[in-house]
Design a binder for this molecule. Structure first.
Ligand code: SAH
Length: 220
């Protein structure tokens, strides 16, 4: 790995270890997830001016009014999605800068990710290619409709919140599949897990979280 990706100073291995330690202390237990967080260069997904904060456990701006998710949230969602073991085919809604995408990639056979803001999607594509993650399929679209031609998915993860879970996403969940998504309005959201068994959907409401809104339509 080159120096830009491996990191120096505030992006070094020691700084990353401190983040992993903090995630452990705040309840992340899955070692595979923690190792992936340690090995994923978060500083590479944000502006250079913010790189010194890359391994703080906070969300940071990525432009267009959006944020890179907080590492704890990325770890927690990945852990929840992979709880029952590896997922074959996974759909992510809200690629953003591509950081969560890069963390998810090692855990699934096929990964599809949708983003509604074109410039973010294009930048994420370049970064994921640079990290050797060419296998991820990216689409500029409104993720509220899922990705019908590729359904069903063993896992669906949304990185943006709305008060209801779109029917299209539930329909595109495979039997035995799991969806993880923040549900709520702009003040209060709960990380929600839905497991599908045949035509039954079992819902669990877990942690209080804060995400950007799940919006409708696309932006060029
Ligand atoms: N995991 C991303 C989070 C980005 S923030 C990261 O770590 O960078 C959530 C993203 O969801 C934003 O980029 C926003 O544009 C996108 N988004 C919101 N509504 C969407 C929709 N309906 N379809 C696709 N993407 C959406």
């Amino acid at each position: 790995m080159d120096i830009q990706l491996s990191g120096i100073g505030m992006t070094s291995a020691r700084t990353r270890d401190r983040l992993v330690q903090r995630l452990r202390e705040t309840g992340i237990e899955d070692d595979r997830v923690l190792d992936t967080i340690r090995n994923t260069p978060r500083h590479f997904f944000i502006e250079e001016a913010l790189a010194h904060q890359a391994y703080d456990d906070t969300a940071l701006p990525i432009g267009h009014g959006q944020t890179i998710s907080q590492p704890w949230v990325v770890a927690r969602m990945t852990e929840l999605l992979m709880d029952a073991g590896r997922r074959g085919k996974v759909l992510e809604i809200g690629t953003g800068c591509g950081y969560q995408t890069a963390v998810l990639a090692p855990f699934c056979d096929e990964l599809y990710s949708v983003e509604r803001i074109r410039p973010l999607q294009e930048q994420a594509r370049k970064r994921l290619l640079r990290l050797g993650l060419a296998k991820v399929q990216l689409k500029h679209a409104d993720g509220g409709f899922g990705w019908k031609s590729e359904a069903p998915f063993d896992g669906i993860l949304a990185a943006c919140a709305r008060p209801d879970i779109p029917d299209d996403l539930l329909e595109q969940l495979a039997d035995g599949g799991r969806l993880v998504m923040p549900v709520g309005d702009d003040r209060k959201q709960i990380l929600t897990v839905v497991d599908r068994e045949g035509d039954e959907f079992h819902t669990q409401s877990l942690d209080a979280v804060r995400f950007v809104p799940f919006q409708r339509g696309v932006m060029r």
